[in-house]
Design a protein around this ligand. Structure first.
Ligand code: XMP
Length: 511
């Protein structure tokens, strides 16, 4: 399979680059810029992309890749910092913009030389998304200028001989009008991609790799009933058959009726299915805990302990499998990247895990790829297109301390919201929608009496990748119906709020 290596210099759009490459049916991985010489050689890419990043190339400790990338003889595309880095390395010069007029942020009209392989067949003028302070003041030998804007004479450079390209703007961002076409040109026209990354191929390869590793060993899968772990279950079931044991831990943080629904579906599908009712145990460990990261860590650790115990009951289980996916890996922090939240199935793992190995067969897939794989494996559409539900469940949707009373209130409110939203059959269906219980109490009036009750927050977002999200513009009538029903039907709630923040700056979940 052909591979593109994306070297990560810490830019905020790096995952978007990976998604754009994958959408073009070309496999890629985002690796830290410090990847060793041996690892780069072993990766054996058909092309390399340097991402943007927050640093300046003239800083004494500016991040630089191993020089071997320049002698692989494969095409390179540098984006923003990556462009400056390759230009400086190859003999060009980068300087800080002298005054504000030479800095560019946002949509910028850019003029292209359409004889450059990246821009062939595209209009000579279009809008690009710029975000830079430094700029390239001297083009390295062998390169020609391929684009400019009013403030930046070097918006793109190219060396068609060596197939090295640099763009100062961000082609991966939708605001760059022809960005997708430019990346596609790099992949297909420059790197010679054939588009061999498909979920059918992935399925075959993943099954072979699992069989190769596990052989006759037993696997215990942490099944939550969400899309990721359900797809992992189907994949592992094909790979290891009866050696797969699915354990569903009901931590008491599930939505209304959810535990029973999961049991109904999976006890039929998977031969070895176990449901562990562990509400008591989780809630007692979480008593008095209010700090979100601490909650996540406790839930993550307790999950593993339950699995270890179940594994002992089954006997001779070597492998613990989880439905971890790529955004979980990235958002839990790798290398230099900031930890945003410890996703319970990655960063929340305790240091000591009593299994021979952890299997994460989906850890390199984006959500839409997981759904495609699920379809490929023949899972029902209702399961494949379910909205995501986080591993720590309602534990991170009740703000502050968790109690059974609060969880019950939230379960009812959340059920009403989801029921009404699904009934409304909106044309532009939200990617995720749920209720959260705030830690606020406020005064209200019901009947003729004063109330002093809790406030429920409704959250609904439009998103394609869950890494960024926009709040849903839900119809007022729908919100009105939901609010009326919640206040009338759920005891202990007298106020309903609608969350109108996007991600960033907020996140989808509350904790
Ligand atoms: P945030 O809140 O980080 O959420 O914007 C992005 C997406 O990730 C889901 N999420 C999780 N999924 N374990 C999971 O399996 C977790 O710990 C976790 N935390 C957040 C969230 O529901 C949203 O879809």
């Amino acid at each position: 399979m052909q591979k593109i290596l994306i070297l990560d210099f810490g830019g905020q759009y790096n995952q978007l680059i990976a998604r754009r490459v994958r959408e073009n049916h070309v496999y890629c991985e985002v690796q830290p810029f410090s990847l060793s010489r041996e690892e780069i050689l072993r990766f054996d890419p058909i092309g390399v992309i340097f991402t943007g990043g927050p640093r300046s190339v003239y800083d004494a400790d500016a991040p630089k890749p191993d020089p071997v990338v320049f002698s692989l003889g494969v095409p390179i595309l540098g984006i923003c910092y990556g462009c400056q880095l390759l230009a400086q390395t190859l003999g060009g010069e980068v300087i800080p913009a002298q005054d504000d007029s030479a800095r560019e942020y946002g949509k910028t009209l850019t003029v292209f030389d359409t004889s450059c392989a990246l821009f062939r067949g595209l209009p000579e003028e279009s809008v690009t998304w710029m975000s830079h302070g430094d700029y390239l003041s001297k083009v390295p030998e062998g390169f020609s200028l391929a684009a400019h804007s009013a403030a930046c004479p070097t918006a793109a450079i190219c060396d068609e001989q060596r197939k090295i390209y640099g763009v100062q703007f961000h082609p991966e961002v939708n605001h760059t009008e022809y960005g997708a076409a430019m990346l596609r040109a790099f992949l297909y026209e420059v790197c010679g991609a054939v588009g061999d990354w498909t979920m059918a191929d992935f399925k075959t390869r993943a099954i072979a790799a699992i069989r190769d590793k596990v052989r006759d060993g037993k696997v215990l899968l942490a099944l939550s009933g969400g899309v990721d772990s359900s797809v992992a279950a189907a994949l592992l079931s094909e790979a290891v058959g009866k050696n797969l044991n699915c354990v569903f831990v009901d931590h008491g943080l599930m939505r209304l009726h959810e535990g029973d629904e999961i049991e109904a579906v999976f006890s039929k599908r998977e031969g070895n299915f176990v449901r562990v009712n562990a509400e008591e145990r989780f809630l007692s460990r979480l008593a008095d805990v209010t700090e979100p990261e601490q909650k996540r860590k406790i839930i993550g650790e307790e999950f593993i302990r339950v699995f270890e115990e179940e594994a002992k009951k089954i006997g001779a289980v070597d492998y613990l499998a989880q439905g971890t996916i790529y955004p979980d890996v990235i958002e839990s922090g790798r290398g230099d990247a900031a930890v945003i939240k410890s996703h319970h199935n990655v960063g929340g793992l305790p240091a000591c895990v009593d299994f021979k190995e952890i299997l994460e067969p989906l850890r390199l897939l984006f959500k839409d790829e997981v759904r495609q794989l699920g379809r490929e494996l023949g899972l029902p559409e209702a399961l494949v297109s379910r909205q995501p539900f986080p591993g720590p469940g309602l534990g991170i949707r009740v703000i502050g301390e968790l109690t059974r009373e609060k969880l019950d209130i939230l379960r009812q409110a959340d059920y009403i919201f989801r029921e009404e939203l699904e009934k409304a059959g909106l044309p532009d269906a939200p990617g995720q929608y749920f209720a959260a219980l705030t830690d606020m109490r406020s005064v209200g009036v019901m009947g003729d009496g004063r109330t002093y009750d809790r406030a429920v927050a409704l959250r609904s977002v439009q998103t394609s990748d869950f890494m960024t999200a926009d709040f849903s513009r839900l119809p007022w009538e729908l919100l009105d119906r939901v609010s009326t029903r919640i206040v009338n039907e759920v005891r202990g709630v007298n106020r309903v709020l609608y969350d109108i923040t996007s991600k960033p700056p907020a996140t989808v979940e509350y904790e």
